[in-house]
Design a protein around this ligand. Structure first.
Ligand SMILES: Cc1ncc(COP(=O)(O)O)c(C=O)c1O
Length: 458
């Protein structure tokens, strides 16, 4: 089974060389945990539409799409034009610009909960501010989260190590900060109600399609239950739509499921694929950032918010153009339809090869496979029966494959020119094509067939 690895090494000498040099300067040689890869990652030098090319001139169909930021594909001409044009007019004014007003007005127009908007550079900053707003507004400290939901990596949302009978731990994070965060399983409205009834909670934050964009699907009606429960307990409901915003529907998951949160965090697509993020929501909560004609308020109650690159002109130009394009809903329709087709055809491969498990997911996103029999392969959100327990048993990071199978799957797919998010799944853009799907299916069938012949799919 070393052939996938041998071929990977043959195909990527320049990537290997860059990695050897990068290790001297970058921890682990990389700049994002998910870009780590044995024995070295690919180094990409160019991208366009649904494709990217590495420094060894290998071509890939890209299902990472900028960690979800590029719903419009790589270097969409309108975005390139907007950013290039803005470059010539200045990249930072250290002052307000009309662009930020236009950008905020697009968010306000498209996102149902967005009465007021504040911009940031990353989704992590956005969730940090949303939580701080909720705490300042309610005067309470506690935050409720759901297991495995990813809402950035600051002290209140980072991965926490939990062991029965022990206090939660996260290296570098004060125990006092962690003690303000309670984590419960998703999909149990009664438990949420009971937890919030203590009266100590400022906010509940969640990814509205489930952890890591739907690893465990949200139960039908759960979001509406959360809306009712949080309102009854005066807890601020925060939808973290950093991934789902503008992707699952023009107005995000809140529009699709018709549930309006108090605050929404946005990132990725909000800035047309450039660095940028936002908190949007109820004007009375957002007013915690506003100055008043009251010195006491300003110095003791108001949340201070500077930030050098907030609404920087390049991100704002890309954001305005991107949201304008996304506002028609056509891009989402295209990517969602391609997503449905890809999931169906990937499942057909599993059927043909007699491999248990499924490819599931929704909208323009897909997840691999939990290794349990699934009688409803290809079903959509409400019918999907994947549970947190299935994921735990299967191993969230390897999609149910053994570590060895997952590594070989990854090398095999990269050798065949397909860049999935490891063996966890991926996302599509509106730039993907039927031909991309045909090539992906052929590669998937070949690589899985090889793993099967080698006895690695158990
Ligand atoms: C749902 C969600 N929230 C927050 C974040 C953090 O955003 P960023 O990586 O821009 O800090 C991410 C990043 O992937 C995310 O998926």
């Amino acid at each position: 089974m070393s052939s996938f690895l041998e071929r990977y090494e043959e195909l990527h000498p320049n990537s290997r060389d860059l990695y050897e040099r990068a290790k001297k300067f970058l921890p682990d040689g990389v700049t994002h945990d998910n870009r780590r890869q044995l024995p070295f990652p690919i180094y990409v030098g160019r991208a366009l539409g649904s494709k990217k090319w590495d420094v060894d001139r290998n071509e890939y169909i890209d299902y990472v799409v900028g960690h979800g930021a590029l719903l419009l594909g790589h270097s969409r001409p309108e975005i390139v034009a907007a950013v290039s044009n803005q470059m010539t007019k200045g990249t930072h004014y250290g002052a307000s610009s009309a662009l930020e007003m236009h950008w905020a007005s697009w968010v306000n127009r498209l996102v149902p909960s967005a009465e007021k908007v504040r911009f940031f550079s990353s989704g992590t900053e956005a969730t940090l501010m949303a939580i701080r707003l909720a705490r300042a507004y309610t005067g309470k400290d506690k935050l409720l989260r759901f297991e495995d939901h990813f809402d950035g990596w600051h002290d209140y949302t980072c991965h926490v190590h939990m062991e029965p009978g022990k206090a939660p731990e996260a290296p570098g994070v004060p125990a006092a900060s962690l003690s303000t965060v309670t984590i419960v399983p998703q999909n149990d409205a009664t438990l949420v109600d009971k937890t919030l009834s203590s009266g100590e909670f400022a906010a509940l934050i969640l990814e509205p399609t489930g952890p890591s964009w739907g690893l465990v699907p949200i139960k039908d009606g759960f979001l509406a239950d959360l809306r009712e429960i949080t309102r009854r307990h005066n807890v601020v409901l925060i939808f973290d739509e950093v991934i789902t915003g503008f992707r699952v529907a023009v107005g995000g998951a809140q529009e699709f499921y018709n549930v309006k949160p108090d605050l929404t965090t946005l990132g990725k697509c909000v800035a047309g694929g450039l660095p940028g993020a936002a908190v949007a929501g109820r004007a009375d909560i957002m007013a915690m950032i506003e100055f008043r004609d009251d010195e006491r308020w300003n110095s003791t109650r108001r949340i201070a918010h500077p930030g050098t690159f907030n609404a920087n002109p390049l991100s704002a130009a890309a954001g305005v153009t991107g949201l304008q394009i996304l506002s028609s809903g056509k891009e989402q329709e295209t990517a969602n339809a391609l997503g449905a087709r890809l999931r169906k055809r990937l499942n057909d491969v599993l059927d043909r090869l007699g491999i248990p498990g499924c490819v599931y997911g929704d909208f323009s996103m897909f997840k691999f496979f939990v290794t349990r029999e699934c009688s409803q392969r290809g079903c959509d959100r409400s019918a999907c029966t994947v549970t947190a327990e299935d994921i735990r048993k299967a191993g969230a990071r390897t999609g149910g494959l053994s570590a060895e199978a997952a590594r070989n799957f990854r090398w095999g797919m990269l050798n065949a020119g397909i860049d999935f998010m490891g063996s966890r799944g991926g996302m599509l853009s509106s730039a993907h094509t039927e031909e991309d799907i045909d090539r992906t299916i052929a590669a998937f069938e070949e690589v899985l067939g090889e793993l099967q012949r080698e006895g690695l799919l158990k």
